[in-house]
Design a protein around this ligand. Sequence first.
Ligand SMILES: Cc1ncc(C[n+]2csc(CCOP(=O)(O)OP(=O)(O)O)c2C)c(N)n1
Ligand code: SF4
Ligand SMILES: [Mg+2]
Length: 269
Amino acid sequence: MDNLILPTKNTWCPGCGNFGIQNVLREVISQNDREKTVLVTGIGCHGKIADYFNVNSFYSLHGRAIPSAVGIKMGNEELQVICSVGDGDAYNEGIAHLIHAAKRNSNITVVVHNNRVFALTVKQATSTSPKEFVGSTTPKGGVEEPINPMDVMLSTGASFVARGYVGKPEQLTRIISEGVKHRGFSFIEVLQPCVAWLNTYESYNEKTYEMEEEFLPLQEAREKAREWDYNNGGEIPLGVFYREEKPTIEEQVGEVSFVDTKEILEKSK
Ligand SMILES: Cc1ncc(C[n+]2csc(CCOP(=O)(O)OP(=O)(O)O)c2C)c(N)n1
Ligand code: SF4
Ligand SMILES: [Mg+2]
């Protein structure tokens, strides 16, 4: 027994895609130095993963998991920082943080539990909900086009960009393991069906396929990212779209020297 799952009561709906991500992360964390692993989460159904794992964790504010993770990594480069975030968390509330962490090439791994809905707060449309999604904020169906986060990440400097699906757990394990090993900002979008509000299992089982390429040059990766437009049009490629070696923010900034606030307060007396 790896003792990685706590005996806490699990409140995810039976069949929720989050179980698939939990299984994969369990495998990945058990392959790594557990003492040096930190799991940082947002708020939402996905965030409960911090309650279920017996690993160092930080339950952040909604939309603020990524800056928390960047700060933890900056403070101690030896830590392996994995950030579990929701689509509402990373693509709505916290999208500025996602973009800037990618731009800085912070050496963290971001795993997006993309169920394409604000699930915990009972069915509001997010940035990747299908256009005509009927939810509690769009009772007659939405009017906005979804964004394409893969393309956003490729255009803002993420040095590892990948997509997996909980229905293809072996490939997802490989992708997340590679993302964790990658030196630089790793962005992994995981298609995670929400059986309560947007059950996409059938459609994903039919439309997803595993890419043959190990990874692609940037322009081809961007074209590949546009193959699926999040409005359920077209086939859905899975795999590592892009990877690049370049200096991380932590290497460039060097050691952080913390300000001793106690000393400052003493001096100001
Ligand atoms: C700043 C802030 N805004 C809104 C909320 C309310 N809230 C809590 S969970 C949640 C939905 C989260 O959606 P998502 O990130 O997609 O996670 P999921 O529940 O789908 O896993 C919202 C809107 C909050 N807690 N804090
Ligand atoms: S509401 Fe959706 S995301 Fe939340 S636990 Fe249930 S199935 Fe999973
Ligand atoms: Mg969500």
